[in-house]
Design a protein around this ligand. Structure first.
Ligand SMILES: [Ca+2]
Ligand SMILES: [Ca+2]
Length: 373
């Protein structure tokens, strides 16, 4: 059985995380192939001296790579492009962690003079282009606008078909209380589709992201049912996310509510070492539907991520691995705002940046965590 899930987030930033359940089933399923990458943000933290240059993925754990991804950086060490190539070892994959049927997936990122991400473009090339239907999004274009405080004021993601036709346009309007995000409103094709509202604890960490999807008349006399989703977040004393509970009483209006949980464990060096993904019955075919154990390995200095291994179904056997290669060169971490996904730190466990209070994981901000000392 092949399980399809997107994960470029593990190294490429946010993609997987969108597929992790995003801001709700309607918006994420509307994006077809699922992956809307992140947005917004600026450079976070200081530059470091090591960066990820490449990774290889083994989707059947037979020791032969099935895919590779290379990264490119600008002179300041900001990630400007990734190119993922499915090379295929000829053995049936157990887990394919990227777009189904994709031969190549590329991302190109651009920044303004403040180092804030202002746009990205994602393109997918397929092994069999003739099999790609007219409703599938094969290209996404993103743009973000910022205010003078560096807060994202608007983000737009537009999706295109293989013939170049525009299929969807999603727009997001964040609202702030001071410089902390209080909510954001999502529009699809100019129709207000949902609002996500954040609740914070006394230390300023988000503990709840509530998504409310009102009833919408999508055609004369045809109205969807209202529903809601909730992400509950738990944090340790290092301000690292230890648990996310994603739930909805009835996300697809099918009468089947769900609760899914991701638990993260950190070592004494504050590195993420394992995650346990537990899903209750769920209809959404995303990463949230997989019961998995992930293990994260680091180099001898416990600085650089070297491998992620994936035990699908938590039966003790490793089904897939991702192996990272590093190069000695300047690296500047970059924040992204990922409006459809509220899963913080889900892969690499970044610590909130106290200098940028708006960039709190759990509000949709993510970090391109390619950097290490
Ligand atoms: Ca393989
Ligand atoms: Ca294979």
């Amino acid at each position: 059985m092949i399980k399809q899930l997107a994960y470029s987030a593990i190294v490429g930033g946010c993609l997987a995380i969108t597929a992790c359940g995003g801001g709700g089933s309607s918006s994420s399923s509307d994006s077809g192939s699922g992956n809307g990458a992140g947005t917004g943000g600026g450079s976070g933290g200081g530059s470091t001296s090591q960066r990820i240059s490449r990774f290889s993925a083994d989707y059947d754990n037979n020791g032969i790579a099935d895919a590779v991804e290379t990264s490119r950086y600008d002179n300041n060490g900001r990630l400007i492009a990734t190119l993922y190539t499915y090379t295929d070892d000829g053995t049936a994959d157990i887990i394919n962690l990227n777009e189904e049927g994709a031969r190549e997936v590329s991302f190109d990122y651009t920044y303004n003079s403040q180092g804030q991400m202002t746009s990205w473009v994602k393109d997918i090339a397929f092994i069999d282009p003739a099999s790609v239907g007219p409703g599938r999004i094969v290209r996404q274009e993103f743009s973000a606008a910022y205010d003078s405080n560096g807060l994202v004021t608007e983000a737009i993601i537009t999706g295109f078909s293989i013939s170049g036709a525009q299929l969807t346009s999603q727009r997001f309007e964040p609202r702030y209380n001071g410089n902390v995000m209080s909510s954001f409103i999502g529009f699809i094709n100019n129709l207000q589709t949902y609002i996500t509202t954040f609740t914070y604890d006394s230390s300023g960490l988000p503990i709840l992201a509530q998504g409310d999807y009102p009833a919408i008349e999508i055609a004369p006399g045809v109205t969807t049912d209202a529903f809601s989703t909730a992400y509950d977040f738990e944090w340790n004393t290092n301000r690292q996310n230890t648990r996310v509970v994603f739930s909805s009483p009835d996300p697809t209006n099918s009468g089947n509510g769900f609760t899914s949980t991701v638990d993260s464990v950190f070592n004494s060096d504050a590195q993420l070492v394992s995650q346990q993904w537990l899903a209750s019955p769920i209809t959404d075919p995303t990463i949230w539907s997989l019961n998995s154990d992930l293990r994260f390995s680091y180099d001898a200095q416990n600085q650089r991520l070297t491998q992620i291994s994936w035990d699908l179904n938590r039966d003790g056997s490793i089904d897939a691995t991702i192996n990272y290669e590093w190069e000695a060169s300047v690296c500047t971490p970059v924040y992204f705002w990922l409006p459809q996904s509220l899963v913080p730190n889900i892969f690499l466990g970044n610590v909130p940046d106290n200098a940028h209070p708006s960039l709190i994981p759990g509000t949709g901000f993510q970090l391109f965590d390619h950097c290490a000392d």
